[in-house]
Ligand binder design. Structure first.
Ligand SMILES: *[C@@H]1O[C@H](CO)[C@@H](O)[C@H](O)[C@H]1NC(C)=O
Ligand SMILES: *[C@@H]1O[C@H](CO)[C@@H](O)[C@H](O)[C@H]1NC(C)=O
Ligand SMILES: *[C@@H]1O[C@H](CO)[C@@H](O)[C@H](O)[C@H]1NC(C)=O
Ligand SMILES: *[C@@H]1O[C@H](CO)[C@@H](O)[C@H](O)[C@H]1NC(C)=O
Ligand SMILES: *[C@@H]1O[C@H](CO)[C@@H](O)[C@H](O)[C@H]1NC(C)=O
Length: 270
């Protein structure tokens, strides 16, 4: 766990260093923030130091999956899940999809690396973690249901093994190995993230997926908001009260936040 945290910290430091020369964050400029949120306890951004205040966020689309599908890369169909490395998508997120052939309960991914967000017909079921838990109860799942697992690379090991392959690996449902997977990397480039939020004022709720509005409000998703940086000053994002996710400002990837585990509770932006 400590190894993972150091890797995450380094990757975030690299992101911040790379972003420190962004002129867009210096001066009186309109900034657009975008966040993937897995937990909806707080749906606002608290900017400190420069005192940009609280930014209200609004949801883009109905579910995290239906929105991320809009920025997925070329997909690969195989019998057993491919690794991130096999599909040439070494970092970030990959969406794994299959159709259940039987009803059942116990979805088990003993070799998952590193995290998996499980969706059944685009409704969030919970998180798999290479540490614990590597299984989840899909009570009420039926044959024909669409199972999607958004797998996240949590950072590469600096030692122990150089072959730190990421992905879903063999996955069973009530003991039967699931086959016929489609895997698609999520494109997190600046242009791609900006394409999701486009013109902020004209964000259209994507209702193409069948999801009740009640379920949608408690579901993870992509959220976006705007603030004006009216003075040239360092600032940071206070993630206290948030779940787990990824933060972008003006399409630039600032890295992950996960205040429950840290270490990065306040993502600093210069
Ligand atoms: C990611 O998105 C950008 C912008 O749309 C595009 O130029 C690039 O080719 C995409 N990358 C992949 C691997 O699909
Ligand atoms: C799923 O099955 C595995 C193996 O029998 C077991 O260890 C695990 O606790 C089960 N998970 C759930 C959520 O029931
Ligand atoms: C997954 O299952 C396939 C087919 O049974 C097998 O060839 C492969 O070795 C398994 N991989 C892992 C990581 O268990
Ligand atoms: C972050 O926000 C929380 C909740 O609003 C607040 O209690 C805490 O003091 C803030 N952290 C910092 C470093 O200001
Ligand atoms: C959401 O996050 C808060 C704070 O990190 C935590 O207390 C709460 O249990 C989480 N809720 C869910 C459903 O994960």
């Amino acid at each position: 766990m400590i190894i993972l945290d150091i890797a995450m910290l380094i990757s975030i430091l690299i992101n911040i260093l790379a972003d420190s020369s962004i002129p867009a964050l210096k001066g009186n400029l309109m900034c657009k923030i975008t966040a993937f949120i897995t937990n909806m306890t707080a749906c606002y951004v608290n900017w400190l130091m420069a005192n940009y205040g609280v930014v209200n966020l609004k949801r883009v689309g109905t579910s995290l999956i239906s929105t991320l599908i809009q920025i997925q890369e070329a997909c690969h169909s195989t019998n057993y899940p491919m690794t991130f490395e096999q599909i040439d998508h070494p970092y970030g997120y990959v969406i794994y999809t299959t159709t259940l052939q039987t009803a059942g309960k116990n979805l088990s991914t003993p070799h998952i690396k590193d995290f998996g967000y499980v969706f059944l017909n685009n409704v969030y079921q919970g998180m798999l973690n290479k540490g614990n838990p590597t299984s989840i109860n899909l009570n009420g799942a039926n044959a024909g249901d669409i199972l999607r697992i958004l797998v996240e690379n949590g950072g590469r090991q600096a030692y122990w093994t150089i072959n730190d392959y990421k992905g879903l690996f063999n996955t069973t449902f009530d003991g039967i190995t699931l086959q016929n997977w489609i895997q698609c990397g999520v494109n997190l480039t600046e242009a791609s993230i900006n394409s999701l939020t486009g013109n902020f004022d004209s964000i259209i709720e994507d209702n193409s997926e069948d999801l009740s509005s009640l379920a949608a409000t408690s579901q993870p998703g992509v959220f976006t908001g705007q603030f004006t940086a009216n003075q040239l000053q360092d600032t940071f994002f206070n993630s206290t009260g948030w779940g787990k996710g990824q933060l972008f400002v003006n399409g630039f990837n600032l890295g992950r936040y996960w205040p429950l585990y840290g270490p990065q509770v306040n993502d600093k932006i210069e």
